[in-house]
Design a protein around this ligand. Sequence first.
Ligand code: HEC
Ligand code: HEC
Length: 263
Amino acid sequence: MGGHERCEAAAHSGALMNARTQLALLIFTACSAAAQVRSDPATVARGRDLFASSCGFCHGPQAMGTEQAPPLARNRLVFQDQNGEMLEPIIKTGRPSEGMPAFPSLTHAQIMDIASFLHARAREIRGPRVPEEKLLVGDAKAGEAYFKGTGNCATCHSPTGDMKGIANKYSPLILTTTFLTPRPRPVQVKAVLSSGETLTGVLVYADEFVVSFNDASGEYQSLSRSALKSLSIEDPLATHKKQLALYSDDDIHNLLAYLVTLK
Ligand code: HEC
Ligand code: HEC
């Protein structure tokens, strides 16, 4: 799974957050609660120093943003990030065309320190937690109907199969973020070259010009799209990403009320 797809997933849920403030707060809380980045003071302090020297000029030393760059202390990527998986790709590759430079020389450990600082800033800003009861206000029957009907969930999931016990696996808050934006899964690529040869693999990066992926033999391929006979890119979570735009607040609450009964 490449950074590109992850950012796209985040962008989708970003749209959701903009639309629904109350929900955004709950998701924020849930995501922060799931955070697995280290939070001990020494790590946070190392991250603060690194951030101040590498990023602070643009994002502000406290990550509150400047005219150069957006705030990160209150940012969906930071909210969603659990193990640095949201932050690492963008820090490594940047978005040069948007003014965010790449930092290829920062090590994984340094990026995790920076993530630790950003998570800490997000916690400071977040303030008191939203109680779970506020999420559990839906109607389980309506949620079940949505799951089996309008939501099409039952075409891929089964309450007695893969969803059995989902309520034991996640707290209601985490369950909400999990069904809204499941953890990224490998995106499958199938490319037919002009020679007729077919390569399959797992997507690393795609834009309108290039596609890169690790092919079935483990080889890294970076191909120009225009040189391909055909290309298919299949994200197993594409339906989930589309669904984000379709939920009403009630749908989400009802679905959650139903999913928490699947013990
Ligand atoms: C030269 C200025 C500059 C520096 C230095 C810089 N950034 Fe950025 N950063 C930006 C800009 C501008 C954007 C917005 C890009 C966009 O709109 O897509 C951005 C975006 C981001 C985003 C994505 C925010 C989002 O909502 O999509 C993250 C995360 C981020 N920067 C982290 C960092 C970190 C961590 C560092 C230090 C290692 C850093 N940046 C250093 C300018 C900078
Ligand atoms: C087109 C197929 C498809 C549809 C439709 C779909 N999902 Fe999913 N869902 C997936 C895939 C793929 C995953 C990733 C899980 C995996 O790899 O097993 C996933 C993951 C999940 C997870 C996380 C499971 C876990 O253990 O982490 C939940 C919860 C979930 N979906 C709920 C829903 C709900 C609720 C709906 C209806 C609104 C829905 N899904 C519709 C394919 C689908």
